[in-house]
Design a protein around this ligand. Structure first.
Ligand code: ARG
Length: 401
């Protein structure tokens, strides 16, 4: 008796997930392996990936284009939540996992599979995100994670695959572990494991080195409607085109590189490099537009929500009751976050240099230092008397002692 009869495996076309196919069948007695490759805008040849899974022994090889759902249903809500894990990582990889888990569950249900599988190891966050998302969506499904148990080194994995006709990586395989989707790239391992080692230029592919960026800045105007980016430089764009264009533009100016030591959920600190040009500009612009359109108390209260939201997403709780509740809060706050933000891109920097909105709470008549000033200066005196009263009483009491 195997661990499962029919399994839907999340498939990337890489060595690990390819080896999972014969491994599930040979070692764990799975009868039918169906692979599912999700296109999330990673820019790979999906047809080649589809064929590769069949060659490795998949009974059926599915490719699903989920790029638009990824941006609309996962990236844009995260932008509305200004979600930055540890105040820096915009969750470009983490956001993809709950979506892939959802696709796995859907295919398992339509194909009558009794389990789903993924190629994550036991040291990362992604295994948690898959397992918990799957449990939330269909608690009956078993989750198989061969790479968490097989205990093979990289070389052994490649050798195992070769026995079943899985070609070893042609070119001398890169020392890096890289995850890519339309939002950007996550790069770790190899020489990066030394936190003191400066990343070589070879790790980057979406962003230029500062030395190669234009001397002249570029300006981009990003319009938002209820917290969702809808146009660039006055032209309406669909979500995919918008992110792609902003990736190109910001990348040309070297914007969006992050080098950080990260706190994984499993307790390990890891060194990660991110390239997230478009996403980081969108987050910057969105947060700025909120400063113009939200009241002070909502803005400040939302900061705490944002931090919790980021931790939930990072820690695999995308489909959880708390996340749902926070979604409702964030959604409510976005009703008036509409307008345009002007961003200057230059030599690795993205700087907001202007913002405007028909929903703006900024009152020139109140803010001005000029003659048009409408603020009642005398009212400040009474306000300060009441505001400062507890402090005054406290000080008087101490003087008496
Ligand atoms: N540390 C990031 C996260 O947990 C990315 C993980 C995948 N990174 C990679 N290089 N394979 O979301």
């Amino acid at each position: 008796m195997g661990r499962a009869k029919k399994v839907v495996l999340a498939y990337s076309g890489g060595v690990d997930t390819s080896v999972c196919i014969p491994y599930l069948k040979q070692e764990w007695g799975v009868e039918t392996v169906i692979t599912l490759a999700a296109n999330l805008g990673q820019g790979e040849d999906m047809e080649a990936i589809r064929v590769k899974a069949l060659q490795a022994g998949a009974a059926e090889s599915l490719v699903m284009d989920a790029t638009e759902v990824f941006i609309r249903g996962y990236a844009f809500p995260a932008i509305q939540a200004n979600a930055l894990y540890d105040n820096r990582y915009p969750l470009s990889t983490a956001l993809a996992r709950p979506l892939i888990a959802k696709l796995l569950v859907e295919v398992a249900e339509t194909h009558g599979a009794d389990a789903v599988a993924h190629g994550c190891t036991g040291k990362g966050n992604d295994q948690v995100r898959f397992d918990v998302s799957i449990a939330a969506l269909n608690p009956q499904l078993k989750v198989l994670a061969p790479a968490r148990e097989w205990g093979m080194s990289r070389e052994q994995t490649i050798a195992y695959g070769e026995k079943f006709g899985i070609a070893s990586p042609v070119k001398k395989s890169s020392p890096y572990s890289i995850d890519t989707n339309l939002l950007g790239r996550s790069i770790e391992a190899g020489p990066l494991e030394d936190p003191w080692h400066e990343p070589l230029e070879e790790v980057f592919s979406l962003t230029r080195a500062i030395a190669d960026t234009p001397d002249e800045p570029a300006y981009v105007e990003i319009a938002f409607a209820r917290g969702i980016p809808v146009s660039l430089n006055g032209e309406d764009q669909d979500p995919i085109t918008l992110v792609r264009q902003l990736n190109d533009l910001a990348g040309q100016h070297g914007v969006g590189r992050i080098d950080m030591i990260e706190n994984r959920l499993v307790g390990i600190k890891s060194r990660e490099i991110y390239e997230v040009p478009g996403l980081s500009v969108l987050m910057l612009a969105h947060r700025d537009l909120e400063s113009l359109t939200l009241t002070a108390d909502v803005t400040q209260y939302k900061r705490g929500i944002e931090q919790t939201y980021s931790q939930l997403v990072y820690n695999g709780l995308w489909y959880s009751p708390l996340k749902q509740a926070l979604d409702a809060f964030v959604h409510q706050t976005q009703q008036h976050v509409s307008g345009t933000v002007r961003v200057k891109l230059h030599k690795g920097h993205a700087i907001v240099v202007g913002r405007q909105s028909s929903e703006s709470l900024y009152s020139p008549a109140l803010a001005t230092y000029g003659a048009e000033d409408e603020f009642d200066h005398r009212a400040a005196e009474g306000f300060i008397y009441v505001w400062g009263l507890p402090t005054r009483v406290w000080s008087q009491q101490r003087q008496r002692l």
